[in-house]
Design a protein around this ligand. Sequence first.
Ligand SMILES: [Cu+2]
Length: 574
Amino acid sequence: MDTTLLLKLLTLVALFGAPSCSSASDHLIDASKLNMFVDDLPLIPTIPAFHVSDGVPKSKSLEIGMFMKKWKFHRDLPPTRVYAFGRSEQEATVPGPTIEALYGVDTYVTWQNQLPPKHILPWDPTIPTAITKRTRGIPTVVHLHGGTHEPESDGNANAWFTAKFEEKGPTWSKKTYHYPNNQQPGNLWYHDHAMGLTRVNLLAGLLGAYIIRHPAIEDPLGLPRGDQFDRPLIVFDRSFRTDGSIFMNSTGNNPSIHPQWQPEYFGDAIIVNGKAWPRLTVRRRKYRFRIINASNARFFRFFFTNGLRFTHVASDSAYIPNPVTANQTLVGPSEITDIIVDFSQSRSNVAILANDAPYPYPSGDPVNEANGKVMKFIILPYQEPDTSRIPKRLLEYPAPDLSSVARTRYVAMYEYVSDIDEPTHLYLNGKPFDAAVTETPKEGSTEVWHVINLTEDNHPLHIHLGLLKVLDQTELVKLDEFKECMTKINDAVKCHVEQYARGKKVDVPAHEKGWKNVYKMIPGYVTKIAVRFSYIHTNSSYEFDATAEPGYVYHCHVLDHEDNAMMRPLKVIK
Ligand SMILES: [Cu+2]
């Protein structure tokens, strides 16, 4: 054989790995063979969510579509078929454009499904799933994660619709969603929430950032500003085939029960703002990064390999009262960590943002060379003036009034396995999603929830509408005994949870003691949270009817769990 040809073949095998795997078409790319840090971090396009006329901001109506298109995730990967948000197919990106809203100015969005009928990823009709009856088409619906808005605009899992609104789910009520933006300023994200399809629709690319800014109170803080120095970093993991397509298993872990569903999706390539392991050249000054973990199931424990530290200023959709500096930060699926990095403190001219969270978290596989790296910062050598600052105080909101708690609830997390000891589904409180609503908080009230994790994995619990504050996390002693009782009678009070919640306490990290909308539930622990059903910045009641149909939901944000069916309805009452 010609030596050049042999060399080429060897390079191809080294890059793409030997063909094998579950089916003939699944020639996977070995992510560790892809060169890291060869693509620049893309600047995600932004869409202003308000007009300015005569210097006055006015409300705006947007039309944002979901399109199938091709996306280049890496220099050496063929283009990948994705689903992307954008105002047109040409403009659409993965992640979708960052929507920039202004405090107190309403935004209306008509989310348009422009997707062709056949899904680019495998899905599973045997889990509770949005399935069209009369037509073909991909059900989608958009949820604005962290938003304080009416139930009709919340993207209820059964309010899905297909292309041209041809077919609609049972709780669909309107085409145009209303986001009042009158909550505390902060970071939100929008993503698909269709019943049983959320994990595949996000995997295909249906996600993007949404920022609510309140200049009158944020500008005086003096934090880094502008597109260059204040940037969202949307991070997720993906696996690819040699033809560039996204790889997702087409065979389930219990194929005779669920042909396709598996309990967690993990990919080896780490994608930031749409590129695998990108690089960014930065100046020796402070930058603000709003990091969104948009993975299906992967937790990230971020740190810099050169010891550079970061300072937290907000968590999820709310500022924290005081900045907190740390060496590392654990970010579960759907959590948002908002940090300042001061590159003038770096002793080297290169800083790698890395990850060392096992997957599944916390007791799964250790990270490898590929998924243990996130992105590279190339730091320019010369010092420069920096007028931005990290103030001693950020924004403080009233603490929940624990003397007037309206209701105490228990939420137990269960995982069920088949006779081959493989997970078949997961439930909250042992109930499927369509069982009658049991969580009915009163509008304006504060509740305390005891979230009891009886599984072996950490589950990020996300509550729509209400914000939560983590009170404490306590280990369950004699876990097997307690689990046995719970498995039998599914009642935390009758099983005397208070007698078991006496083990060691894990400190809530300082930067996560503020208001959040999702939190990491440690396996074998009870996590006590206060949940507030009013605006947290004013403590006043909602300016919309939160009691309307179809209500809200709360769920695990590991998307593969949420889909099957670690999700329950949440109905606010008067
Ligand atoms: Cu979960």
